[in-house]
Design a protein around this ligand. Structure first.
Ligand code: COA
Length: 158
């Protein structure tokens, strides 16, 4: 468990890529219940990040300076449309993804702080909405931050 006062939430830069990759590995291995020996992972991760980083905002949660949590927001920018003079329309919305806190640091509020940083960013930037696909256990956490089941989306499964 961590002392809430020592938790820092900040946006990540490209210099944090090793920390983000390590958290991605930790989450995947937690789900698998085993270490995964994949020598291609870091190269694939770096390729992905090079393509994606311009359109994602990533947050890291740190305890005592060590990264223990991550979350990112994929930012969709809407196609501009003609609009009457003086009218405004939100130009962006976001998909919240890759939200993870290391197991030994859970249930002390780090996820709450990360989600608060993300929703504050979306509000400050006038996002039309944030969309996400929750795991079962995380539904109450999202509900406390204003997320509700959507009836306005359709999903096609392969
Ligand atoms: C979801 C998660 C990021 C929350 O982080 P956290 O630091 O524990 O969050 P907080 O301490 O601020 O809040 C605790 C809340 O997290 C949720 N939670 C607790 N355990 C969880 C788990 N194993 N998986 C998902 N959510 C969980 C609950 O809503 C809990 O609140 P509640 O007990 O009142 O219902 C963290 O549990 C996690 O990394 N889970 C595994 C990955 C995951 O499910 N990510 C969400 C993808 S949509």
């Amino acid at each position: 468990m961590s002392d809430r006062a020592s938790v820092e939430v900040r946006t990540a830069t490209l210099d944090d890529r090793a920390a983000v990759a390590a958290l991605r590995r930790a989450w995947t291995e937690e789900n698998a219940g085993a270490t995964i020996d994949d020598p291609t992972f870091l190269a694939r991760f770096d390729e992905w990040l090079a393509r994606e980083h311009d359109q994602r905002v990533t947050w890291l949660g740190l305890v005592g300076g060590a990264p223990v949590a991550m979350l990112n927001l994929l930012v969709f920018t809407r196609m501009p449309a003609p609009r009457p003079p003086g009218s405004t329309r939100a130009t962006q919305w976001g998909y919240l993804a890759n939200f993870y806190v290391r197991p030994e640091q859970r249930d002390v509020g780090i996820g709450t702080a990360m989600l608060g940083a993300c929703t504050a960013y979306a509000d400050e930037h006038g996002f039309a909405r944030i969309v996400l696909s929750p795991t079962t256990g995380s539904v109450p956490l999202y509900a406390r931050h204003g997320f509700a089941p959507a009836t306005s989306l359709m999903v096609r499964q392969p």
